[in-house]
Write a protein that binds this ligand. Structure first.
Ligand SMILES: Nc1ncnc2c1ncn2[C@@H]1O[C@H](COP(=O)(O)OP(=O)(O)OP(=O)(O)O)[C@@H](O)[C@H]1O
Ligand SMILES: [Mg+2]
Length: 246
């Protein structure tokens, strides 16, 4: 097992956002987190990436307790890539610099090695000719693929994707989904939060439905999305279908 969250509890003041949440992700598997707005999807991803601390429970990566206060978060984050809805590229830096900055400055890796890796990834996703462009010259879909490359350049064990297609025009969603499907075929382990059930169905091995910071239901996509056991899951999916997103 690559990632395990055991009885994780996270509060913001009086609000319990993750409530005794347990989740396991095997290597080379893709898990989709679904659930209503506010159910805790982003918070869970942020806790796994140590962007926010947890109040109780344990998170393990490759068996190591990464929530142990003695653990250096920079070393953990080097093993975990994270991509957000808003691509957060620096506008005043070229595509290549956006990708190489953190590995070089934060993780202290040799510049030439990172550059080679960045160029290889850009080539694989058809963006080699954009290496020296500034982000505002790229489409949203291209910028999001650059953000994913930036997360891949440290060769992470685990990739966390938070609504990576939500900010994109519908005609640009496809190219990002194609890239993510390609990563799955290469065996990348991913946990992704999404409102796009079609995407979850296509790419995920397991779908996890979060409700009020708890795992209410989990299983293969065809079961959770097609024939859910829990009434809350059915209600959620009915709303999604109404909004035309299934
Ligand atoms: N920094 C924070 N301070 C206080 N409350 C927060 C903070 N971050 C998140 N929350 C609260 O935690 C709950 C879960 O939020 P989270 O962003 O994880 O939900 P989500 O499932 O990702 O929702 P969405 O589908 O809208 O992205 C919400 O009630 C939110 O208001
Ligand atoms: Mg969110």
């Amino acid at each position: 097992m690559l990632l395990s969250c055991e009885n994780v509890r996270k509060t913001f003041g009086p609000t319990v956002v993750l409530d005794d949440l347990s989740l396991e992700v095997d290597e080379h598997r893709v898990v989709a987190l679904i659930g209503a707005s506010g159910s805790g999807k982003s918070t869970l991803l942020r806790c796994v990436n140590l962007l926010t601390g947890i109040d109780d429970g344990t998170i393990r990566l490759d068996g190591e307790d990464i929530t142990d206060p003695r653990v250096n978060p920079d070393l953990v984050r080097r093993r975990i890539g994270m991509v957000f809805q808003s691509y957060n590229l620096f506008p005043h830096m070229t595509v290549l610099r956006n990708i190489t900055l953190a590995p070089e400055k934060v993780h202290g890796r040799p510049a030439a090695e990172i550059r080679d890796q960045a160029m290889e990834w850009l080539g694989r996703v058809g963006l080699a000719d954009k290496a020296n462009s500034y982000p505002d010259r790229l489409s949203g879909g291209q910028q999001q693929r650059v953000a994913i490359v930036r997360a891949l350049v440290n060769s992470p064990r685990l990739l966390l994707l938070d609504e990576v297609t939500s900010a994109l025009d519908p005609e640009l969603v496809g190219e990002v989904l194609t890239m993510i499907r390609g990563l799955k075929e290469e065996g990348m382990t991913m946990v992704l939060a999404t409102h796009e059930m079609g995407f979850a169905r296509q790419v995920a091995d397991r779908v996890v439905f979060l409700d009020g910071g708890r795992v209410l239901e989990a299983g293969p996509p065809e079961q959770v999305l097609g024939d859910p056991v829990e009434a809350r899951t059915r209600q959620f999916l009915a709303r999604i279908i109404e909004a035309g997103r299934l």
